[in-house]
Write a protein that binds this ligand. Structure first.
Ligand code: AMP
Length: 239
């Protein structure tokens, strides 16, 4: 009699996660770090929209009217920008870390339709009080070359010289990091993104991390959370 052996083999599940949090909570920084550590594409709608604006085309000019004032871009335009990136083979196969999208329940429903039959693994919320987030935004400088935003942490001298400590690139203030736009962005967050966060929480897919810590501590907390909810996802060894 021969034994029948049924071999089961499954590839590691790609992580399909969304990063949430009020402006200034560190979504961009953490998205870039996790993307590098996990080898998963990082899609930031803010970055994609700013690229369109930089290109100076008709769509970019349209987008700038919203972004510069801290207003949310109409869904139709954001969906157009994000769709082609979600369709990329690399994203289909490796998964994604979405940063800045979805920002409302309506956008979440559109996202779930776009990726079906694939499903989201989890939603990661970076929790930071408004006061601290506002302070970070008002002191933020972004590198025009590598995109990192070291705030004043890299030392006032380098900021004064407009030089990024990571790559030596030129530092710049973001066009929407002024007091009026920041207020508007916080208002949009309360109005549309907070209800999304609450909705995800009720669905039991929300993981909240205290973002009022060092970037390293926040990254470790995020990786720990991901490991808990998405077993099978390949994670680096945590120290
Ligand atoms: P962020 O880089 O995520 O802070 O986004 C910068 C700006 O881009 C926002 O203030 C909005 O004007 C626009 N934006 C980014 N993501 C979205 C989105 N999902 N829906 C609408 N507007 C967005």
């Amino acid at each position: 009699m021969t034994d029948t052996v049924t071999a089961t083999w499954s590839a590691p599940t790609p992580l399909r996660a969304i990063l949430l949090g009020r402006p200034g909570s560190g979504k961009g920084t953490q998205g870039a770090r996790l993307s590098e550590m996990l080898g998963i594409p990082h899609l930031s709608t803010g970055d994609l929209l700013r690229q369109e604006i930089e290109s100076g085309n008709a769509l970019g000019r349209d987008l700038e009217r919203y972004v510069a004032r801290g207003r949310l871009v109409p869904d139709r335009l954001v969906l157009e920008v994000i769709q082609e990136h979600l369709d990329a083979i690399e994203v289909r196969e490796l998964g994604f870390l979405l940063d800045g999208f979805p920002r409302s329940v309506t956008q979440l429903i559109a996202l779930e339709r776009m990726i079906a039959p694939q499903r989201l693994s989890c939603a990661l919320e970076l929790l930071l009080p408004e006061r601290e987030a506002g302070h970070r935004l008002l002191t933020r400088f972004v590198c025009t070359t590598c995109g990192s935003s070291p705030h004043m942490r890299q030392g006032p001298a380098l900021v004064a010289q407009n030089t990024c400590m990571r790559c030596g690139g030129e530092l710049r203030r973001r066009l929407d990091d002024d007091v009026t736009s920041i207020r508007q962005r916080f208002t949009e967050f309360e109005r549309l993104t907070k209800p999304l966060v609450e909705w995800l929480d009720r669905r039991g897919v929300l993981l909240t991390v205290d973002a009022a810590r060092t970037p390293d501590e926040v990254t470790t907390a995020l990786l720990t959370s991901i490991e808990r909810v998405a077993p099978g996802v390949m994670l680096p060894q945590l120290s």
